[in-house]
Design a protein around this ligand. Structure first.
Ligand SMILES: [Cu+2]
Length: 192
């Protein structure tokens, strides 16, 4: 209920951003219909900017080059969609843009996904489907990630937590919003 109210608060700005970005509230809707139901959606919470800083500090990876590596039984991976998102939206983890994540097989992976963008949604899906991604990617997610995040609004930032117990393999994390993965909003995950 609260989310619905917030999303309705500045429809004109939301529309402007959609048109400026991909051109396409309608495309967005069409893409979600086309892609079919994804594997479940996490429930979103709201954080103040100081709470967001505390969430970001929980990441226990080590960034080096274009890779963030995790070790130990619990990997805490904190992903944000930072501002500005133009010209291309992106994920950021440990201050790296769309890094490759290296995770130990058998670990418990605790993801936190933070969407800092006002009036625009993103998503975080984990899939074995490899790039290149089309405008409307069919991802077949291997875990419950997020579908549409609520857009952040005012001083409050939307975030969600979800957990993964990965088997060894090569995966990708991808934004399922039409056009975003095509523009590069994805990264690799190596579980070994
Ligand atoms: Cu996106």
């Amino acid at each position: 209920m609260g989310v619905d109210r917030r999303e309705k608060r500045s429809p004109r700005r939301a529309r402007t951003l959609m048109v400026a970005g991909l051109g396409v509230g309608a495309l967005l809707q069409a893409g979600l219909v086309w892609a079919g139901p994804l594997v479940g959606t996490s429930s979103f919470k709201w954080a103040s900017s100081s709470q967001v800083r505390a969430l970001l500090a929980k990441d226990n990876g080590t960034a080096q080059g274009t890779t963030v590596s995790y070790s130990g039984p619990v990997a805490r991976v904190v992903i944000e969609v930072p501002q500005p998102e133009f010209p291309f939206p992106k994920f950021e983890i440990d201050h790296l843009r769309n890094p490759t994540l290296v995770l130990p097989a058998g670990a418990t992976v605790k993801f936190t996904f933070i969407n800092r963008i006002k009036d625009f949604s993103h998503s975080f899906q984990v899939t074995k489907t490899a790039p290149p991604f089309p405008m409307f990617p069919k991802l077949q997610p291997v875990m419950a990630g997020t579908e549409l995040s609520p857009a952040s609004t005012g001083a409050k930032v939307a975030y969600a937590n979800f957990t993964w117990h990965p088997a060894a393999g090569h995966y990708y994390y991808v934004c399922a919003i039409p056009g975003h993965a095509k523009m590069g909003m994805f990264g690799s995950i190596v579980v070994q």
